[in-house]
Design a protein around this ligand. Structure first.
Ligand code: BDR
Ligand code: CA
Length: 332
């Protein structure tokens, strides 16, 4: 299979960084552009982290475009208490060697699939602000992608940031609602935090394995999750740190990892008490499904993909994928 042409939207914190490694260094993805948004960390910090992660993957040819600096209708509530003040476990990573592009993320998200209709896969690892803002300009946007995979929601209503809500949806529920309302299950798949909690937990044995692999990528992938490990102990009680964005990326790169999925009609709660909760209508009389929800993946297959990717002694050199036409100000 040729590598999958990808656009990735991210609020790069520590697990986004691991997802970027999977996309850029596994050989399964052909990353055409990365767009960033405020979420885990403020926009500028997440953009810095995306640049660092691509540098680790030796893919400094991939453009990084900053997008929206705050949710559509609310102030930003970041997750720096989880991912660290710098979003990368506060391990003192040096600044990246390049700057982001000046073209806005929304312009990239709109223009890229128009240039290559039906060819690009969009993977979102963050609050859906950029995507919703792009949808306001082009209501057909989602249909222009080959498929859209979102790390979003908690289909079993067991939340991480709130009792029943997952961070990406909770952080910008208005945006998530716009995306869900524009979606169809053939085009849009959500991989929720329930999948991460069940099938993407790095247990102490997995963490030891990453340390033993000992390559720069393995060490990076493990150490940047240092503060997440602390937070998991105090908040969710999982037996290790979980990797929501990497498992969503793995599903996009290797859909055969999915072992259980459902199609359902989903709305997003925006009121204060249930902010960001998925309202899933599984009645026979429910409206037609709008989303495909992944519910389980092959956990050992996911971990094998991760270990194999970070075990590569040196990430593949840039193979000059066909670049997108330059956008205004794309060459800073
Ligand atoms: C999601 O929120 C962030 O903390 C992670 O990067 C992931 O996108 C999990 O709820
Ligand atoms: Ca994220």
């Amino acid at each position: 299979m040729p590598p999958l042409p990808l656009i990735i939207d991210t609020d790069t914190g520590s697990d986004d960084a691991v997802a970027l490694l999977l996309a850029a260094a596994s050989g399964l993805g052909d990353v055409r552009a990365v767009t960033t948004v405020a979420g885990n960390v403020p926009l500028e910090t997440g953009t810095r982290n995306a640049l660092i992660s691509l540098e680790m993957a030796r893919r400094t040819d991939i453009p990084v475009h900053p997008g929206c600096a705050r949710p559509m209708a609310r102030p930003l509530s970041s997750a720096q208490h989880v991912h660290g003040e710098d979003g990368m476990g506060d391990i003192g990573l040096p600044d990246p060697g390049r700057l982001p592009e000046s073209g806005h993320a929304i312009d990239v998200l709109l223009a890229a699939p128009r240039e290559r209709p039906g060819e690009l896969t969009l993977v979102t690892l963050a609050p859906l602000t950029n995507i919703a803002a792009a949808l306001l300009r082009d209501p057909e946007l989602l249909t222009r992608y080959r498929h859209v995979y979102c790390m979003a929601g908690a289909a079993d209503l067991r939340g991480n940031v709130a009792p029943t809500a997952e961070f990406n949806v909770w952080a910008d529920p208005e945006a998530a609602r716009i995306v869900a309302q524009a979606a169809t299950p053939d085009k849009v798949t959500w991989i929720g935090w329930d999948v991460s909690r069940k099938d993407a937990v790095m247990t102490p044995a997995d963490q030891r394995h990453l340390e033993e692999i000992g390559t720069p990528l393995a060490t990076f992938a493990h150490r940047i999750n240092r503060t997440v490990a602390d937070s998991v102990r105090d908040v969710t009680g999982l037996p290790g740190y979980d990797l929501p964005d990497p498992v969503a990326m793995a599903v996009a790169l290797r859909p055969g990892l999915v072992t259980e999925a459902e199609r359902a009609y989903v709305e997003i709660a925006v009121g204060d008490e249930a902010r960001g909760q998925m309202i899933i209508d599984r009645r026979v009389c429910a409206p037609a499904p709008n989303l495909t929800l992944v519910r389980r993946v092959d956990a050992s297959g996911f971990k094998r993909l991760l270990f194999d990717t970070v075990a590569a002694p040196d990430a593949p050199a840039p193979d000059a994928p066909a670049p997108l036409s330059p956008l205004p100000g794309n060459s800073r």
